[in-house]
Design a protein around this ligand. Structure first.
Ligand SMILES: [Fe+2]
Ligand SMILES: [Fe+2]
Length: 192
């Protein structure tokens, strides 16, 4: 059965070559895969925050810092690249993009307030809980409704070019809402 054996080894070779090892560049630069991976990490941090006891103020503050950084980078690359490009390439999705900008804006306000607040403030957990609820709803909508529409409307090459741009952009993206590029992003979202 030489052909079967050959087929199997080809598949195995493909699987092996697509398995990234530490330090390798990402195998796929597909924009939706990239954004979904970000969402996964953000959801993991949300769970970590929820599981941290009320008494563990320092730990809660550290996880909150990670959440703030992850959300600042993620909303930045979506606002700067994904949303405007999808709006340009798929004008029929404009309403979805505009709604997303507003949802990001609500998250930005909460993120900025949390970044300036001590973890032992009585409003800290309540504010983070509202942020988590809002962002979870927003990510659910993106994953269940928006990503499928974008995948249907753009080809592989377009999605991979968008992903490559966002991977590049992540390197210099703001990680705190107080950084000038993040502030500019928030102001643009409100007045433009
Ligand atoms: Fe988003
Ligand atoms: Fe997102």
């Amino acid at each position: 059965m030489p052909s079967k054996a050959k087929g199997r080894s080809l598949t195995e070779a493909r699987v092996a070559s697509s398995r990234p090892s530490k330090g390798d560049p990402p195998v796929s630069t597909d924009a939706i895969v990239l954004l979904r991976d970000d969402h996964k990490e953000i959801r993991r941090l949300f769970r970590e925050f929820a599981q941290t006891g009320e008494a563990a103020v320092a730990a809660r503050g550290q996880i909150a810092d990670k959440i703030i950084a992850a959300l600042t980078v993620h909303t930045y690359i979506e606002n700067e690249t994904m949303y405007p490009e999808v709006r340009r390439l798929l004008p029929e999705l404009e309403d979805d993009v505009l709604e997303s900008y507003e949802e990001h804006h609500v998250a930005d306000v909460l993120v900025s307030e949390l970044a300036a607040m001590d973890a032992d403030n009585e409003r800290f957990v309540a504010k983070m809980t509202v942020l988590i609820e809002n962002v979870t709803h927003h990510m659910d909508e993106e994953e269940q409704d928006w990503f499928p529409k974008v995948r249907a409307g753009l080809n592989r090459k377009q999605l991979s070019e968008l992903g490559a741009r966002m991977i590049e952009q992540k390197k210099s993206a703001p990680r705190s809402p107080a950084q000038p590029s993040a502030l500019k992003k928030s102001i643009d979202a409100v007045i433009s």
